[in-house]
Design a protein around this ligand. Structure first.
Ligand SMILES: *[C@@H]1O[C@H](CO)[C@@H](O)[C@H](O)[C@H]1NC(C)=O
Ligand SMILES: *[C@@H]1O[C@H](CO)[C@@H](O)[C@H](O)[C@H]1NC(C)=O
Length: 266
């Protein structure tokens, strides 16, 4: 029975990899597919030869912050990453992170004085840009700030469902969300509008990067967290899809890393 299920999942994954990509958002689907076993069986090249590891090994190295500074996903991994993102795997990886974050938050001793906050990133954390990336090779195309900027201005990105679940649970516990993003101030209106449309209401602050700031993402974000602490807030948690969201003191009481195999922010 288990074998039959696995075979069915593999067949589904292979069938999905043969057709043209459908540009639709499938992260609502609750299909526990085991994606793309095929790269393990040969076409991904040999373990140990630099740059030719199977795509799931490449993704592991990316998510653990071992591979850094990469500009695009390997061209051969476009279908793998597409399968990962559009199938059930991205959603279930996100769910594992949020389940742990919710359990952690529920176990906190809160003061009830309204100073406890939780820091959320925006792109691939509160909001999903999968509609954009599905049309741009899931990270196989180099980042184009003009095109992505136009997409951001549309303010039409859906919520990551698991992140929205965490957001609402934190609010019900009395922990206030603070949104901290590397998006710049000229995107404030579009970002605020998009967050509201996606269901993120009632946050404490929306912090964006100044338009002319040259500071790297990690320094900007840790600096903003320091300002929050100096203002008397207690950062009980911090969640993002990039390591630059969660590294750099003060990190917050505990950090949570969401998956993102599509791009790297240095
Ligand atoms: C919360 O407070 C209770 C009562 O003071 C204590 O027993 C418990 O260990 C505390 N939990 C944490 C996670 O600090
Ligand atoms: C970004 O995309 C636009 C529109 O396709 C194109 O004209 C421009 O050259 C691209 N920019 C870069 C840096 O690739």
């Amino acid at each position: 029975m288990a074998v039959a299920k696995l075979l069915a999942a593999v067949l589904l994954a292979l069938a999905a990899s043969c057709g043209a990509w459908e540009v639709k958002l499938a992260i609502e689907d609750d299909v526990p597919l085991i994606h793309m076993l095929r790269p393990l069986l040969g076409s991904g090249g040999h373990l140990g030869r630099r740059g030719r590891v199977p795509c799931d090994s490449w993704r592991f190295a990316v998510e653990t912050n071992t591979l850094r500074g990469w500009r695009t996903i390997p061209a051969r991994c476009e279908k793998y990453v597409g399968n990962y993102m559009l199938g059930g795997h991205y959603r279930s990886d996100s769910r594992a992170v949020v389940d742990e974050a919710v359990a952690y938050a529920e176990g906190l001793n809160l003061t009830g004085e309204g100073k406890e906050v939780w820091v959320f990133d925006v792109d691939e954390t509160t909001l999903s840009n999968l509609p954009y990336y599905a049309e741009h090779g899931f990270g196989a195309e180099p980042y184009n700030s003009t095109l992505f900027g136009q997409y951001v201005k549309e303010a039409n990105a859906p919520a990551l469902p698991e992140s929205l679940r965490l957001y609402k649970r934190l609010q019900s516990l009395g922990i206030k969300p603070v949104i901290l993003t590397g998006r710049r101030e000229d995107k404030r209106e579009a970002t605020a509008k998009n967050l509201e449309l996606a269901g993120y209401v009632g946050y404490e602050k929306l912090l964006l990067k100044p338009v002319d700031a040259r500071v790297p993402s990690m320094e900007f974000k840790s600096g903003e967290r320091k300002k929050l602490e100096d203002a008397g807030y207690v950062i009980v948690g911090n969640i993002g899809d990039q390591w630059t969201d969660i590294l750099g003191a003060p990190e917050g009481g505990r950090t949570f890393k969401l998956p993102d195999p599509m791009y790297y922010v240095g």
